[in-house]
Design a protein around this ligand. Sequence first.
Ligand SMILES: [Zn+2]
Ligand SMILES: [Zn+2]
Length: 267
Amino acid sequence: MIICDYHNHTSFSPDSTAAPESMIEQAIRSGLKMICMTDHMDPDYPYPDYDFTFDVNKYFKKHEELRARYGNQITLYTGIELGLQPGIKNELIKLSDEWDWDFVIGSSHLVDHMDPYFPEYWQDKSDYSGILRYFETILENVTEFDNIDVYGHIDYIVRYAPAKAANYSYQKYAEILDEVLKTLISKNIGLELNTAGFKYGLGFPNPHTDILKRYKELGGEILTIGSDGHKPEHLAYDFQKVPDILKECGFEYYTIFKKRQPEFIKV
Ligand SMILES: [Zn+2]
Ligand SMILES: [Zn+2]
């Protein structure tokens, strides 16, 4: 059994209405030993209806409160999911360095200042070129950013492609994905296995198991497990599938982070 969920959101994120208490209570009910909350911080998000930032001071205070209340039932770690973009590097470095995070995920939510969640992104692109451009910006981001612990949901853009995963495979993008993986490994940045791919009906986690296998083959060891749940019922989503996936991909351990330091848990 996987004993921790290292990617999930609460009402500190604008796309979740879940009270942090409701998430932690669900985590306890599902038998998790640890939960790391990773609310969204996407400075410079270009759509005015959404503000993907939060008051970090309030966040830490809330987590202290939760630790005092639930600490005898579950361990809560304080994480953040940073939306990486070229051009806001200094702001993000400051944010990750100035606070006492346990865990920092870096993710790509925007490509050329557009969110591929919206159909506008796909208007002038084929599925292939839209996905390829996403991977190119990931490579730009991993080249630029050092101070993240893992890269989030590497191929999650497939969820939003018009044909979803119908024409998608690691092999089609092997060249650029290998470059991304090698850069991550050389910087000691890990990957995450994000089970929301199952929730979106893709039939695989993000990234695809072929990418996880390749990461292991290239020497990657750091792999955290997260549901990316935005409501209690999505916490630890399909985690029962994870041990077999890890074994199939060659991983004997998965990873947690405390105070930005990795620790390895046997599958
Ligand atoms: Zn994300
Ligand atoms: Zn997320």
